[in-house]
Design a protein. Structure first.
Length: 373
């Protein structure tokens, strides 16, 4: 009997769960191969807290070599350049094609517009997350040495991630006692912040930002970034020394190179079983895929909820068993880190901002990461 092979392209929340479970329950006569651009995976839920010096950098990272070694999976650090569907092979740069019987794609997303300003010194996109803190630290150190006036930091994007970054970055700056006065501002093209949260929660967030002196500019898109300023779509120029780009999710360029059916935003179009509409051997999870019949926001919570569905469906597909459908939930716990040892918690109609909310978030996040160690 020929051995089969599952290939995981990207080792984010959902694919990492498959690797973890493989250690205890591998599929007989089947190999597991993981393809990643980096040697570690970053848990996005802990990134703001790490930015605010609440966690060490290592605490939010999952070491892929260790994870794969425990599961007897092969780890390949490589860039992907395409898929040969006829041959059932994943194509990688500077390497031999990798054959698969089933392929799960979980390469995440990038901030919309992030590729436009890569040559601008002040520009710091939040992806890839594996290098975000290092790139931001380099920029802050440079400004602390060379700036002769106030340092203005601009966060572009009005989602929950942008708000958490603003709160936690301000706390880091307070702790590090920079030589310059630092001003933080959020720019969003929307008329409100933290989309997906209730109006009551948003009002609490806006009040906290105002108390902390973090200014929010609503209703104008940033259309230009240079070394010393940004320009919004009303033609106004705003001086800034550092631009953190945390806009909404866009499809990473690699998805276009795979030759699969995409949705209108460039993400892989899938059925409810997370299978590509182009080929049943191929699954797309987390931000990488869109279930056309029930699309959901690009958020980490959905990637985590897909974990047991993907694990079952990969196994079921290879063994010829029925597959399960993923049904996105609209109500789930949301906890936003405010950087000061507290967090804002929202569940359905209930909202609270307290230290116990932050402790609950810490417990959830640390438990999740520890499960991969």
């Amino acid at each position: 009997m020929n051995r089969k092979r599952i290939v995981l392209l990207g080792v984010g929340h959902t694919n990492a769960h498959v690797v973890k479970q493989w250690a205890d329950d591998p599929i007989p006569d089947c190999d597991l191969v993981c393809i990643s651009n980096f040697g570690s995976a970053t848990y996005s839920g802990m990134l703001p807290g790490t930015l605010g010096w609440q966690f060490s950098d290592d605490e939010m990272r999952i070491d892929l070599a260790s994870l794969c070694a425990r599961s007897h999976a092969e780890l390949v650090i490589a860039d992907t350049c395409g898929i040969d569907l006829d041959a059932g092979q994943l194509l990688v740069r500077n390497g031999s094609p990798i054959s698969f019987d089933a392929l799960s794609i979980g390469v995440g997303s990038i901030p919309a517009g992030a590729n436009q300003y890569s040559g601008v010194e002040s520009f710091v996109p939040i992806k890839p997350m594996q290098t975000f803190l290092e790139r931001l630290e380099k920029r802050l150190q440079s400004l602390d040495r060379t700036s002769n006036s106030n340092v203005r930091i601009t966060i572009v994007g009005g989602g929950v991630a942008s708000v958490e970054i603003a709160f936690c970055l301000q706390e880091q700056i307070r702790k590090r006692a920079m030589q310059r006065n630092v001003e933080i501002a959020i720019f969003t093209s929307d008329d409100s912040l933290a989309g997906g949260m209730t109006r009551r929660s948003v009002r609490r967030i806006e009040k906290l930002l105002n108390i902390r002196g973090i200014k929010v500019h609503y209703g104008h898109r940033v259309i230009e970034v240079d070394h010393q300023s940004i320009v919004t779509d009303d033609g106004v120029s705003h001086e800034t020394e550092c631009v953190i780009w945390a806009t909404g999710a866009a499809a990473p360029p690699v998805l276009k190179r795979l030759g699969l059916t995409l949705d209108d935003r460039g993400f892989i179009a899938t059925s409810e079983t997370l299978q590509s509409l182009s080929d049943p051997r191929i699954f797309a999870v987390g931000d990488s895929g869109t279930i056309l019949k029930s699309p959901s926001p690009k958020a980490g919570v959905y990637a985590v909820r897909q974990c047991p569905i993907l694990e079952h469906n990969l196994r079921a597909y290879l063994q010829g068993s029925p597959l399960h459908s993923f049904e996105p939930q609209s109500n789930f716990l949301k906890i936003l880190n405010t950087g000061d040892g507290r967090a804002l918690l929202e569940y359905k109609w209930f909202t609270a901002h307290a230290r116990w909310c932050w402790k609950l978030k810490m417990w959830i996040d640390q438990k999740f990461v520890e499960s991969f160690r």
